[in-house]
Ligand binder design. Structure first.
Ligand code: GUN
Ligand code: FE
Length: 463
């Protein structure tokens, strides 16, 4: 079939047609371009790789095989109120919507009802790897991890930590208590013995809601436990940035607060990073901490427009995040579209501000389709330090993949067809249609590590 994946930031490989082999252990054995219209080519490839032709599957012309999408920043407890509150800026939105909703996860039963819905929705949208935030609660966050294990998603799961500026009844009583709970939760996680596919991630919510004592305690803990992943929010909204400056006057900048407390590591994921200086970007590059770009959320909460090109030019790792419920969609395809729009907006603003024609011409290069798909897949994998396992179809990696059917959906009469395909011949144009106009109805199958986790018609598959 037609196979599309990223080789690097700028290189999108389109194999039309191509053949991909998956071995019994769920790893990619080979991926090759075939000569179009030469049936012998397939037979030769199979022989060369010692593959059985009995287990061949041919994908129809209107189908694409893509690597699984990676959501590097998403809040599971917020799924329930997605789509509300977008007239409020970040800090008011947290107080009015987020904290009261997250507080409800004190009940394990509530988590058991809500988390499977969030994780299944994420998988249904083609997200094969997600970096989830839970809540303050050890018990509910354990439910979230078990949900990822059960549904088959590859995931990082974080118990949120906050010891100040929370909501009524939604804040931990001290840094010490937050650290005790985090250690307990990590011990429980180890007892789950779920292997590498579902892993814990240390999660100070953001500098506004954590004291310096808690931030450095979590930095130490991540290091002492063998270099655990870390996730938090950075420089999302102007009022938030001003508040952090008041709370941490001794640090050079907001990014500097995290560095000063030992939280910037090559396994740190920083969501948003809208309001950064050149020095901040250099700091991220030098520490190896990377950015989860959440453009849908940045529009939803009116936070600003992130200059992803500047991050890439500074050498920072970048992936995409849905940031539900700051973002209104679990779909990383939606995040790709918004990333393209955001990048073009940055370009137009820079163009308008340029002082002469030459400067205007060189103001900005917007993200290309290839670059944006990289952010959604291989870039996310590099950000999470799992690119030796997933992110593209390189042989040896695990088979995390989507079968995209661009001719899916209802009858012509019902008008329910999500994408009209007029021409199956041009694979690059099919891929462009996938990015700009497909929706979850076009994702007919989802695989993680070679196992199907969303079935042909989207039915649930518990593994
Ligand atoms: N900053 C601190 N907490 C949050 C959150 O839950 N969502 C978003 N978008 N930003 C935050
Ligand atoms: Fe967030």
């Amino acid at each position: 079939g037609t196979i599309v994946h990223s080789l690097s930031l700028s290189e999108l490989e389109i194999l039309a047609p191509g053949v991909l082999g998956v071995s019994a252990d769920g790893r990619i054995a080979f991926v090759e371009r075939l000569e179009a219209g030469k049936p012998d080519d397939l037979a030769a490839a199979l022989t060369r790789h010692n593959a059985s032709s009995a287990q061949i599957r041919r994908l129809p012309a209107h189908t694409l095989l893509l690597p699984g999408l990676i959501d590097t920043h998403v809040h599971a407890p917020q799924y329930v109120f997605t789509g509300t509150g977008y007239t409020l800026p970040l800090l008011s939105w947290l107080a009015k919507y987020t904290f009261p909703q997250e507080k409800k996860f004190a009940s394990r039963a509530h988590a058991q009802e809500m988390y499977p819905r969030a994780v299944r929705r994420s998988l249904r949208c083609g997200t094969t790897t997600a970096a989830w935030y839970g809540t303050l609660h050890v018990d509910a966050t354990d439910v979230l991890a078990r949900t990822c294990v059960k549904t088959g998603q590859r995931a990082f799961v974080g118990k949120v930590c906050m010891d100040r500026n929370g909501g009524e009844g939604y804040v931990e009583e001290s840094a010490a208590k937050s650290l005790i709970d985090t250690n307990k939760w990590l011990d429980d996680f180890e007892a789950l013995k779920c292997g590498d596919r579902v892993r814990p991630i240390v999660t100070p919510r953001f500098a506004v809601s954590c004291t310096g004592e808690l931030l450095s305690g979590l930095g130490d803990l991540a290091r002492e436990r063998g270099g655990l992943h870390i996730q938090t929010h950075l420089a999302e909204n102007r009022a938030e940035c001003a508040f952090v400056k008041e709370l941490f006057p001794a640090s050079e900048s907001y990014a500097g607060v995290y560095r000063d407390h030992g939280l910037l590591t090559p396994r740190t994921v920083l969501a948003h990073c809208v309001h950064l200086s050149d020095a901040d970007r250099t700091m991220l590059h030098e520490t190896g901490a990377g950015v989860s770009h959440c453009p849908v959320s940045n529009f939803g909460l009116d936070s600003g427009v992130c200059d992803v090109r500047a991050l890439l030019e500074a050498g920072c790792k970048v992936g995409l995040g849905s940031d539900v419920a700051g973002g209104w969609s679990m779909s990383i395809v939606e995040a790709m579209r918004s990333a393209i729009v955001a990048s073009r907006v940055v370009g137009h603003v820079k163009h308008a501000a340029a002082t002469d024609a030459h400067a205007a011409k060189n103001a900005h290069v917007a993200l290309s389709l290839a670059e944006t798909f990289y952010l959604a897949t291989l870039g996310g994998a590099k950000l999470l330090d799992i690119d030796s396992t997933t992110g593209n179809f390189a042989p040896g990696k695990e088979f995390d993949a989507l079968v995209v059917n661009l001719d899916a959906g209802g009858s012509e009469d019902s008008g329910a067809r999500p994408v009209d395909i007029f021409d199956h011949d041009d694979a690059a144009e099919m891929f462009e249609k996938f990015v700009f106009i497909s929706d979850d109805r076009n994702i007919s199958e989802v695989y993680v590590a070679g196992r199907r986790v969303v079935g042909p018609s989207g039915e649930r598959v518990d593994v």
